[in-house]
Design a binder for this molecule. Structure first.
Ligand code: PAF
Length: 279
């Protein structure tokens, strides 16, 4: 496995493969878990060479405290990447990506950037768009892999390749869950024992909401979810929204013109957890 810290060294290495090898790319912020490894395994199956980036991108954090506390486990990540035969790891410093200007580009993703995560995390998707575009330009992969836990991010990235005309196929990968249903996330490692025990309530509530949505409209289901979380002493609901998978606009009822999916964001102390489920 080759590890590079600079764009130049990475690109020189990849140049020798570009003409003959299909390159798969998995961008990450490190603190890798089984969910990331499943993306890498899929990328290995579908490509000749797999590049993983590990970069905690400062511009996508709307909260400095969250950036500081974001788990950083580089050596452990590298050991894990060896177990799945990752070919190339790119671990740039902030200055390598941003020079001395740690600012985002401003994007118009057609409005999907203003829903849900965009409403609650100002500037988040400009930060995501900036880093993913830069990484795509550096790595120039044929395919790039993203988990559906960040479903809105996945839609944003599909839009990004469309508006920038980058010839990259975006491959969505199903959410990877713990045995008790909690969606895998790097942030889960920060949960206290009490918070970790409480957290599966998020997915359980999503599943119950799905059953209710067959009979009740979105407003009623949303009120039911809000009531459930009010009674939970450990988890605080930020939002629960049933929206169309493509427009990400809220919907009231299932019909032939929409594909409903429930989206949720919850705080356990200062740790923010998100999840979603097709309805
Ligand atoms: O999903 C993530 O880990 C990040 O948002 C990404 C796509 C690596 C960009 O920093």
């Amino acid at each position: 496995m080759n590890i590079f810290k600079t764009k130049k060294a990475l690109q020189t290495h990849l140049d020798t493969y570009k003409q003959t090898h299909r390159i798969g790319f998995v961008p990450t912020m490190g603190a890798l878990h089984k969910g990331h490894l499943s993306l890498i395994k899929k990328a290995k199956e579908e490509n000749d060479l797999v590049v993983v980036s590990i970069f905690v991108n400062p511009t996508q954090f709307d909260n400095q405290e969250d950036l500081i506390k974001y788990p950083k486990t580089l050596q452990k990540d590298i050991d894990l990447l060896k177990t799945v035969n990752c070919d190339v790891v790119f671990t740039p410093d902030v200055s390598e990506i941003y020079n001395n200007q740690i600012v985002s580009e401003s994007f118009n993703f057609g409005g999907i950037e203003n829903e849900m995560e965009g409403k609650f995390r100002k500037g988040h998707f400009d930060g995501v768009g900036t880093i993913v575009k830069r990484l795509f330009e550096i790595v120039q992969p044929h395919k790039a892999y993203f988990g559906e836990k960040d479903f809105q991010q996945l839609q944003i990235i599909k839009k990004l390749v469309e508006i920038t005309n980058l010839p990259i196929e975006i491959i969505p990968c199903a959410i990877f869950r713990e045995d008790d249903g909690l969606a895998m996330s790097s942030r889960n490692t920060r949960l206290t024992k009490e918070q970790r025990e409480a957290a599966p309530f998020i997915y359980k509530t999503l599943k119950k909401a799905k059953k209710k949505f067959g009979i009740k409209n979105a407003e009623k289901v949303t009120k039911w979810v809000q009531k459930k979380f009010k009674k939970n002493p450990v988890l605080e609901l930020e939002y629960f929204v049933i929206a169309d998978e493509h427009s990400l606009k809220q919907i009231d009822k299932k019909d032939k013109n929409n594909q409903p999916r429930a989206f949720i964001a919850v705080y356990a102390g200062d740790i923010r957890l998100i999840d979603n489920l097709a309805m």
